[in-house]
Design a protein around this ligand. Structure first.
Ligand code: ACM
Length: 676
């Protein structure tokens, strides 16, 4: 780890980063020379419109800036000022399409933030926080001229709190991180087979029998909604029906399409228990429950899920089949559509717009509904053709633990949506990343969302042509660290998890290994073993990150060295590989009498073997010797083997070593190319 820090430092010195590490990048930004010093006389002066929400935002900004710079703002006020001019209030509750624009001008004379609305001012304050940091003379804001506004009005994060319970502090700290990257929709997936997570006062059995006692009280919900509102973030509740409802039936089996007793589901997948759409009592119940929840969540949009409807119970029920015939509903899909239409009528009476996953896109859906596409952009285009609004989530599934670059490459206007005319294109409101939590706990969720969510937030906010992956990866490490100051624990939980695995002994060797691997996502894990809710998620795979920043940094160091062949850089690389070589010996000591580490030893052996290839390659490259074809081929095959999943992780360390092997067969890259 220390070696990699040194490498990172060397790289930063070599790569003079021209522009500040902002994420999302502003729509327009210039960086003239100059800076505004930040010292303990720094003050915010508000000359424009103000209200309590903006006053609180300014307080938060000042506290964050103080935390981030370590400077207490208690000196006498001086020239070092932020002048704020906000023209008018935003809607009291964040509204779709509200003006979020702002202008920011910083010079040695001061900083000026102007915005037409309070929300715009809040977005600008977040940009300021990302700008603050050390310069040649101390803490400072660099001089900038920024004119910024979002590309999409709907920029969301969905959090599943059913598969694994996510207590209120998880929600609150993620709202803070969302605000930091200008996201404005928090989609709360509140119920599923494994838990009904909100207190109902009308149907208290729901949380009593359907949640293991792990649910949000209504006061907690109100607090979260208010917390989000304060940060210009909407909260969309999702109650997933008619499938994904086993936890409801633990309390009210009479809602199910088949008689019996039900208990909370403990495993993952798609299950048969499904709400009975043929009985009027179902709608009486849903009317009351949704009415109660409609009062708790002020947003005009109400998400009813509707995904993955398993119709076995429907097909096996004589009563439901008769009902289908009576209403001329030709199949389960038509029955589902009928159910949705009923819900849409109920929601309309409560002043709510129905939102659902793309399975709800059926004939009969009334205008105004919002389709959230998880299966691909095709359904979004189809929805737009039919006049419905849409939000893209396909391509933004965080639980797959894909590299940031892969999500970053997905645009809401790729594929079928690319050919929409301007009128239809306006129906694509934006996009949402989804964090499904089968393989995530309150301890690991932040590291599964962040920092990759920041790169996705840039896709949602910044202009379409902001898509330079190298630039994103140059800025992401800085944003990763800055985000920690919002209170999320994506970095903070790493070392304690490794310490626990190491039995409270020095976990350095384990960290060397954890830094060199990446955790597999849902597809890699569900194929490996049968998981269920009581199984602890406390292994190496859970501590490991979805994407290894140290291995990315090492890759860049390798590329830089290949271009320059500077001996001091070679020495640094060799020290890293030397640490890998001794890793198995160190880990074997730690693993003695510690079954938690049994599964990591073979990975450590592969890391050491990877290092041996790296050292040989370095030695040949340093002395301009060419390896034999056989050696090159055998080494490549070995790396492929070492990279194969083990203990649900992938050895990311092979990637920088592949770059070394490539240097034997590729023309030399220039130093500047190597830095990108
Ligand atoms: C989903 O992923 N089933 C919405």
């Amino acid at each position: 780890m220390k070696l990699l820090l040194i490498l990172a430092t060397v790289l930063c010195l070599n790569t003079a980063i021209a522009a500040p590490a902002l994420m999302p990048l502003p729509a327009h930004a210039d960086y003239p020379p100059g800076e505004l010093r930040i010292d303990n006389s720094f003050r915010v002066v508000n000359h424009g419109y103000t209200d309590q929400r903006l006053a609180r935002a300014i307080q938060r900004f000042t506290a964050s800036l103080s935390r981030q710079t370590g400077i207490p703002f208690i000196g006498p006020a001086s020239e070092s000022q932020l002048t704020l001019e906000c023209a008018a209030p935003s809607p009291a509750y964040p509204a779709l399409g509200e003006d979020e624009s702002y202008k920011l001008q910083i010079s040695g004379a001061g900083a000026h933030l102007t915005a037409p609305t309070t929300t715009g001012a809040m977005r600008g304050l977040e940009t300021l926080l990302q700008l603050a940091g050390p310069g040649e003379h101390g803490m400072r804001f660099p001089a900038v001229e920024i004119d910024d506004r979002p590309r999409f009005p709907w920029r969301g994060l969905m959090l599943d709190v059913s598969r694994h319970w996510m207590p209120l502090p998880v929600v609150l700290r993620n709202l803070d991180a969302m605000a930091a990257v200008k996201l404005n929709v928090f989609h709360w997936h509140l119920s599923d087979d494994q838990g009904f997570r909100v207190e109902s006062k009308l149907f208290p059995k729901l949380q009593r029998k359907g949640s293991d006692g792990l649910f949000y009280t209504q006061d907690e919900v109100r607090l979260a909604v208010e917390y989000a509102r304060d940060r210009g973030i909407r909260v969309i509740p999702e109650f997933d029906v008619p499938g994904h409802t086993t936890s409801w039936f633990a309390a009210y089996p009479e809602l199910a399409s088949a008689p019996g007793t039900y208990s909370i589901e403990r495993t993952w997948g798609i299950f048969k228990p499904t709400i009975d759409p043929s009985r009027e009592t179902t709608y009486v119940f849903l009317d009351s429950l949704f009415g109660e929840m409609a009062g708790l969540f002020p947003d005009p949009v109400f998400h009813i899920g509707g995904d993955e409807v398993e119709d076995t119970q429907w097909k096996e029920s004589a009563a439901i089949q008769q009902f289908q015939k009576r209403h001329a509903l030709k199949d389960s899909q038509a029955l589902h559509a009928w159910f949705n239409t009923r819900l849409q009528e109920i929601l309309k009476r409560y002043g709510k717009t129905l939102m659902g996953w793309d399975e709800v896109l059926d004939p009969g859906l009334a205008p105004g509904a919002i389709i959230q596409s998880w299966r691909g952009a095709d359904s979004l285009a189809e929805a737009a053709h039919k006049g419905y609004r849409g939000v893209l989530s396909a391509g933004y599934y965080l639980d797959h633990l894909l590299p940031a670059s892969q999500h970053y490459a997905v645009d809401p206007f790729d594929g079928a949506t690319a050919t929409l005319g301007p009128g239809e294109a306006a129906l694509i409101l934006g996009a949402e990343a989804c964090m499904w939590d089968e393989y995530t706990t309150e301890e690991t969720v932040d590291s599964r969302v962040w920092p990759r969510m920041a790169a996705i937030a840039e896709r949602f906010w910044s202009p379409k042509d902001v898509k330079d992956v190298s630039s994103m990866y140059v800025r992401l490490p800085a944003i990763t660290r800055l985000l920690e100051f919002t209170g999320i624990q994506h970095r903070a939980n790493y070392l304690p998890m490794l310490d626990r695995l190491a039995g409270w002994r020095d976990a350095s060797a384990l960290m060397t290994l954890a830094d060199s691997v990446e955790a597999l996502g849902i597809t890699g894990r569900r194929d490996e073993r049968k998981y269920s809710s009581p199984i602890p998620l406390n292994r190496l795979v859970d501590a490991a990150r979805p994407e290894s920043e140290p291995m990315w940094t090492l890759g860049r160091a390798v590329q830089a060295w290949i271009a320059t062949r500077a001996p001091e850089d070679a020495a640094l690389l060799n020290r890293t590989f030397a640490a890998w070589k001794v890793n198995p010996d160190q880990l074997r000591v730690l693993a003695k009498g510690n079954a938690m580490l049994d599964e990591v030893l073979p990975i450590s052996d592969n890391l050491a073997a990877t290092a041996r290839i790296a050292v040989e390659a370095m030695s040949m490259l340093q002395s301009s010797r060419q390896p034999s074809e056989g050696w090159l081929e055998a080494s490549r095959q070995s790396l492929d083997r070492y990279e194969k999943p083990k203990a649900e992780t992938r050895l990311a360390a092979v990637r920088p070593v592949r770059l070394l092997l490539d240097a034997f067969t590729r023309p030399e890259t220039s130093a500047s190319e190597a830095n990108h």
